[in-house]
Design a protein around this ligand. Structure first.
Ligand SMILES: *Cc1c(COP(=O)(O)O)cnc(C)c1O
Length: 385
């Protein structure tokens, strides 16, 4: 065999399809339907035109500007764009979301998309001798890392209403002593836990074991756990520019945690690549953070379209989970999930279907612009006729 024995167990993640045969309306990968803020485009253009030689040099290895602006953004929004208060171009946190301390630059670590960030986090905090706890249905990349790093996992079934079974997750975490991870709001359900619920979990969990919350979707109406960082030194929060900051193409993800844990993840990263964030992503990411009002507006538009489409699906007799994210997870009695996906695709719109047993009846629908959702509604009407 030419390959290492490690390769035997490696099974990569399968992302939402990105077909090129036709111009589909893409509602299958939870990308943001809105473009980045105009100031981001301007900043990138200026960077390329004014400092082209910078592309020939290594970027700032510490991403100082970017980390400073991410921290600023979190302080200004309370970590939830959708719920922040917009006043002209200024944004402030809603009173419930206000962070009771100042997030500082040394609490931020960035990487090439939160997928890469998560891989570093898995390596840094989970152990191949202990099972870590995760929900049975959650971001399907977690099991891939587990296989890749040879970390045993303990999958906890969701409750019958598709929410997380907090008690059972805690019970198993106590037994395994190997840490815990979940997405909040969860994927592909869209259901979130409140900050108080997470606080109760943290209170019960061991302080010596890692507790990871993936907040990829929190800006669309969930509750961020950033305020809890003050009290829990074992908490790591993972976030991304791909959903709420209209930046999936930039590949930018980050963690917010204590400076000590940030240093540990940075050490792991430096063993793999000393310069993971390229110069252009640093420029575009920094500028995105300086324009929270624009992104808060985008998040609000997505929120409002989500609620409308939720009502539409309900009217059509679908079983729809109450989502706090930028997608809906729905199924209809007597309607095959894969068939529904196929019939929508034939009409030029991509939604997501998972073959995973247990959720194969569902489709996951990313929320698009009002125009895209109008077309999707029509496509659903055609299928249901
Ligand atoms: C989309 C998503 C990510 C990955 O985001 P990238 O930053 O694009 O790598 C991570 N976690 C969850 C739960 C996601 O849905």
């Amino acid at each position: 065999m030419i390959t290492s024995s490690r390769m035997n167990g490696v099974a990569p993640y399968v992302p939402g399809e990105q077909p090129k045969d036709r111009d589909y309306i893409k509602l299958n990968a939870n990308e943001n339907p809105y473009p980045p803020c105009k100031n981001v485009i301007k900043a990138v253009r200026k960077f390329v035109q004014k400092y082209p030689q910078k592309l020939a040099l290594y970027p700032d290895p510490d991403s100082n500007e970017l980390h400073k602006e991410i921290a600023n953004l979190l302080n200004k929004t309370g970590g939830v764009l959708c719920r922040s208060v917009i006043n002209k171009n200024e944004v402030s946190p809603s009173p419930e979301d206000k962070i009771p301390f100042t997030v500082t630059q040394d609490m931020i670590y960035t990487g090439n998309g939160s997928d890469e960030v998560l891989s570093m986090v898995f390596y840094a905090f989970f152990d191949s001798s202990k099972k870590f706890v995760m929900p049975e249905f959650t971001y399907s990349f977690y099991p891939v890392y587990a296989g890749y790093y040879d970390i045993p996992m303990d999958k906890v079934p969701l409750k019958s209403d598709w929410s997380l079974d907090k008690d059972e997750m805690l019970r198993r975490a106590k037994e395994n002593k190997g840490g815990i991870i979940f997405a909040n709001p969860n994927a592909p359900t869209g259901i979130g836990l409140t900050r108080e619920e997470v606080r109760q979990m943290l209170d019960c969990a061991s302080k010596d074991e890692i507790f990871i919350v993936d907040e990829a979707y929190v800006d669309f109406g969930g509750e961020s756990c950033i305020p809890l960082l003050k009290d829990y030194k074992n908490l790591v929060i993972v976030r991304t520019f791909s959903k709420s900051l209209c930046g999936a193409g930039q590949r930018l993800g980050y963690i917010v945690s204590s400076p000590e844990l940030v240093k540990i993840v940075t050490t792991v990263k430096n063993c793999v690549n000393h310069f993971p964030i390229d110069a252009l992503a640093q420029v575009s990411g920094t500028e995105a953070c300086k324009n929270p009002a624009y992104y808060a507006e985008c998040a609000r538009k997505v929120y409002s379209e989500r609620e409308k489409f939720y009502n539409f699906l309900k009217e059509k007799g679908f079983y729809v989970l109450k989502s706090q994210s930028n997608f809906l997870f729905a199924k209809k009695e007597g309607l095959d999930g894969y068939e529904l996906y196929t019939k929508i695709k034939e009409q030029g719109i991509l939604i997501r279907h998972f073959k995973t047993p247990g959720i194969e009846d569902f489709v996951r629908i990313t929320i698009g612009t009002p125009q895209q959702m109008k077309e999707l509604k029509q496509a659903f009407e055609n299928v249901l006729k």
